[in-house]
Design a protein around this ligand. Structure first.
Ligand code: IMP
Length: 433
């Protein structure tokens, strides 16, 4: 039985991780977020009710599961409190089931203003961020000028530091971006108003996890965004600002690498990406409308329409290696139900020298020089919605799944066949669920 499982997105995010995390946390003690912030959006459908989570880990919906936010997560105090309140309005009470690392850096209003100002002023080179202030917060962390939740314990020091940081931000906002400055007093007051709530939620996350590991308790580590958005391994600079790959689970939670024993990569049966940046298998027009409509491909954080495309095995294989994936969970299979043919990208053609490559390019220029080479499979043209056993799937759907396993050389543990919690095919019992 596996005890410490990482579940992460193997593409550009929005793979449907929330549902898989929810499934595997039924018997877990803890579900841990280790990177990213409220830029994430995890949609779950439980008994017909749609629940969207951003910073709160997906597995927390189970009664006995406690959600931990590790040091690698960046937290907007107002975003967090707002999300807790919205869940309460839906009858879901999580406030006493969340513990936060004191080392989490705070996303404050000047980060959001800077994120927006940069996007607005970058023209063609804007990233298409979620405008949640994620990038500037991680910048502050690396530059060693950020403020952490634990810093709220000493209110005097906090106010002095905040003043310095805001002076620095306002200088850039006003002089470089020609924007209005942010107001120190307002920000300080707003943060002080919620500081006790935040401090009450803090705990020594590495110690809690260490004890759980010693007691053999099940822990699920929930990745946000996806591998190709990783700051180091993704399609830089069109990436988020954290390590969304499996290494991030260790640095972002304080659990050593040898303590993880299973890494499950969540893969959508096709591909999507929000924001700008390379996407070799992107489709347009009718096909894009098809994926968008049947797959409801609109961001759960920003509402933006997602770009859509075919499954890209070159990128996926890279993702498998970088993350040391143990297996895959394939999601949204049912979205392909009405297609006559389905394509899988198996290699890239380099348009500059006509060579064929099975590696992802290093630079943006490199990504612009390649085009996908496809293998085409027949579609199954019948509904798979809600199917819960492999044998009930149409033969051509099983062929598609088999082909993915052949190319990736990895087993598929789960196949999601619809948005509801119950729409799932479980292919092994490794997790005793
Ligand atoms: P940021 O994380 O807001 O800085 O945005 C950087 C890039 O990551 C943009 O292309 C966003 O659209 C993308 N991104 C951030 N969070 C998510 C997510 O949860 N799903 C998919 N894309 C995301």
């Amino acid at each position: 039985m596996y005890k410490n499982i990482i579940i992460l997105g193997a593409q550009w995010g929005d793979e449907g991780k929330g549902k898989i995390v929810d499934l595997l946390t039924q018997k877990a003690k803890y579900v841990v977020r280790y990177q990213g912030g409220h830029n994430a959006g995890h949609t779950l459908v439980v008994e017909g009710k749609k629940i969207i989570l951003h910073i709160i880990p997906s597995g927390i919906l189970h009664k006995n599961v406690i959600g931990l936010l590790g040091n690698g997560v960046v937290i907007s105090p107002f975003g967090l409190i707002d999300e807790i309140k919205k869940l309460e309005q839906q009858g879901i009470f999580v406030k006493d089931k969340i513990l936060i690392s004191e080392h989490c850096f705070l996303i404050l209003p000047y980060h959001v203003r800077m994120d927006i100002a940069r996007e607005r002023n970058s023209g063609m080179s804007s990233i298409g961020t979620t405008k949640r202030g994620i990038g500037p917060t991680y910048e502050d962390k690396i530059a060693r000028r950020g403020v952490r939740i634990g810093d709220l314990r000493n209110k005097d020091n906090f106010s002095v530091n905040l003043k310095k940081i805001i002076k620095y931000y306002n200088y850039q906002l006003v002089n470089f971006y020609k924007e209005k400055p942010v107001n120190y007093n307002n920000i300080l007051k707003d943060v002080m108003d919620v500081s006790d709530i935040l401090i009450d939620m803090t705990a020594d996350i590495p110690n809690i996890l260490y004890s759980a590991i010693e007691c053999n308790q099940l822990i699920v580590f929930e990745g946000a965004q996806g591998t190709l958005l990783d700051i180091d391994h993704g399609t830089y600079p069109y990436v988020t600002s954290s390590n969304s790959t499996s290494g991030g689970a260790s640095t972002g939670s304080g659990v050593g690498p040898l303590n993880f024993d299973y890494i499950l990569g969540v893969v959508k049966a096709y591909a999507t990406r929000v924001g700008f940046g390379p996407f070799p298998t992107e489709v347009f027009n009718e096909l894009d409308n098809y994926f968008c409509n049947y797959g409801s491909e609109f961001g759960s954080t920003t509402g933006r329409r997602r770009r859509t495309g075919w499954l890209d095995m070159v990128a996926l294989k890279r993702s498998i290696r970088i993350n040391s994936l143990s297996s895959l969970a394939l999601t949204k299979l049912d979205v392909l139900d009405r297609l006559k043919e389905i394509k899988i990208c198996i290699a890239y053609k380099n348009l500059k020298n006509n060579s064929i490559t099975v590696d992802t390019p290093f630079s943006i220029e490199g990504w612009n020089e390649i085009e996908p080479i496809y293998e085409t499979l027949s579609g199954w043209n019948e509904s798979t919605l809600g199917i819960t056993s492999l044998s009930k799937l149409p033969l051509l759907a099983r062929n598609y799944i088999k082909r993915i396993e052949e190319i990736t050389k990895l087993p598929i543990d789960f196949i999601s066949t619809g948005p509801d919690r119950k729409d799932i095919i479980k292919l092994n019992n490794l997790f005793n669920i």
